[in-house]
Design a protein around this ligand. Structure first.
Ligand code: GAP
Length: 501
């Protein structure tokens, strides 16, 4: 589906809409309606269950979204969290330098200095993408954080967190006490991050307020035994830097063991790439051929990273691969910076009295981008019907309950809907229009099951106390005893979890 078609469908079904729409919207801000909010919660819960479920020593916390200035100074965000900006002197539109140079430098401007960007712009006579003027400003770094006055004096500064990760670093000493005094220790945050993006665009892809799900795994660099053996033969779709430099865009499928043995990657890193890949495949059901792990070179990596592979998925709506998450090896960068900034010793004592400043492996995941990805990859038009083939456990509504004829079967169906809701299922009762239309409505909303109450249910005959259960993907219909309904549906809606290694 093209992006404008997908957006139109999302708007029509109330999945999302622009914030402050009656005022013309606000760039880079979207609100989620009932379907979107429910789907987003399901994605967050599935992420938490999978990644926090990797170890009993991994925890999810809920920290504040505002950070004192000292934190972002120490973390390097005040100095380095910038995007080069070019302003058109004719129409005064600000652009990301990457956008202005797109035609002459499709690989982007990561790692280039502003002087190098200026040189490329000048040499290629690049023009303003909006008005076509060549009168462009010299590129300048633009800090993407939102700063706010903090407190009543207006003299203190705070910042809306640019990444949820910072809270986990700040929480580390407390979590060490709360946990079992053992490494690895995982601290996860799912919540809003804020970036004053120069050019918000592509709906949920470049937002100014978005949701990240991030797990920081603090580990002892001398002992981080995450085995590769169980995954030895798993082939990961990887696009390494050398292959990219040869102009290749498609990934190679490389055995996990080979990525360690001859690919020079640490076993703990590859282990978590596999876990990430499995989440994409087994939970979000992204097609294998759409996924790739895109290695960033030393120049392109975020300033805090030692190893970075972006988890990318090919989306029809945007005509190419898009970054939906990443695996970052941040080393001891963050704890070193925060130890210096706060004056607190953040090293911990392990084993036989050895003092260790933990290293960090970060698994980061963009919730909004993946919500869009689930629309792009699983919404299909079939026989003039739109069906959202969401994995059943992610569907915002699990089951639709319908009386075949409202007057005759409504009371029974309403009671049944209440019973299913009491049993913990998300239920939509719908008595309006033909049964075909009702099925079509739930197909489009991704609801995996429709339950219809009809004359047979109420008769004394052989179909007494049975209902028709219709399955979204196959459209098959089966008579099921009402007493077995909760058990059958709950089984089909169970969330996959990773096996503990
Ligand atoms: N803690 C590491 C970090 O923040 P990042 O690559 O800047 O790394 C992580 O962001 C993820 O957050 C991305 O993979 C993407 O899914 C999501 N993300 C980043 N900027 C975003 C934006 N402006 N709008 C929507 N999602 C965004």
């Amino acid at each position: 589906m093209k992006s404008d078609e997908l957006l139109a469908l999302f708007l029509r079904r109330g999945v999302l809409w622009p914030t402050a729409e009656i005022y013309g919207g606000a760039q880079g801000l979207y609100d989620y309606g009932p379907l979107g909010a429910a789907l987003k919660r399901r994605i967050e819960d599935a992420w938490t269950s999978w990644f926090v479920g990797l170890s009993p020593d991994y925890y999810r916390i809920e920290p504040a979204e505002l950070l004192p200035e000292a934190v972002v100074r120490a973390s390097g965000h005040l100095e380095n969290f910038t995007d080069p900006e070019i302003v058109c002197d004719a129409c005064h539109t600000p652009f990301r330098a990457e956008t202005v140079l797109e035609a002459v430098r499709p690989e982007g401007v990561d790692g280039l200095s502003v002087a190098q960007i200026a040189e490329i712009a000048h040499a290629n006579h690049v023009k303003c993408p909006r008005c076509g003027s060549e009168a462009l400003s010299v590129p300048a770094p633009f800090n993407m954080m939102f700063g706010v006055d903090f407190g009543v004096t207006g003299k203190e500064r705070a910042y809306l967190r640019p990444e949820t990760a910072q809270n986990s670093f700040l929480a580390f000493p407390r979590m060490w006490e709360v946990g079992r005094h053992a490494l690895p220790l995982g601290v996860a945050v799912v919540g809003k991050a804020y970036r004053n993006e120069i050019a918000p665009r592509q709906v949920l892809f470049r937002l100014r307020a978005f949701t990240q799900a991030e797990l920081q795994i603090f580990f002892d660099p001398e002992h981080f035994d995450r085995p590769i053996d169980p995954f030895r033969d798993v082939r990961l779709p990887v696009l390494r830097v050398e292959r990219r430099e040869r102009g290749e865009e498609t990934p190679e499928f490389i055995r996990a063991e080979d990525l360690v043995a001859s690919g020079g990657l640490p076993a703990f890193y590859v282990h978590h790439m596999v876990q990430f890949h499995r989440f994409f495949r087994e939970v979000l059901a992204y097609p294998e051929e759409s996924i790739r792990f895109f290695e960033k070179s030393e120049k392109e990596r975020a300033f805090y990273n030692k190893i970075q592979f972006d988890a990318e998925v090919r989306l029809e709506s945007f005509g190419g691969y898009k970054e939906l998450g990443a695996v970052h090896y941040r080393g001891d960068y963050d704890l070193t910076r925060h130890a210096e900034g706060s004056g607190k010793d953040l090293a911990v004592t392990v084993g036989e009295g050895r003092s260790v400043l933990p290293h960090v492996l970060e698994l980061t995941f963009g919730v909004d981008r993946n919500l869009w990805g689930l629309g792009d990859l699983h919404l299909r038009t079939e026989d003039a019907r739109t069906v959202w083939h969401l994995p059943p456990f992610l569907a915002p509504v699990s089951v639709g309950v319908f009386p075949l004829i409202a007057k005759a079967h409504g009371a029974y169906a309403q009671r049944l809907a209440d019973d299913l809701a009491r049993a913990g299922l998300t239920v939509q009762y719908d008595a309006a229009s033909s049964i075909g239309r009702r099925y079509a409505r739930i197909d489009e909303a991704g609801t995996p099951y429709g339950v219809t109450v009809d004359a047979g249910t109420l008769d004394e005959g052989p179909e007494h106390d049975t209902v028709t259960v219709r399955e979204r993907d196959s459209r098959s219909q089966a008579r099921v005893p009402v007493g077995e309904l909760v058990g059958r549906l709950a089984g089909a809606l169970r969330l996959p979890r990773p096996p503990r290694i």
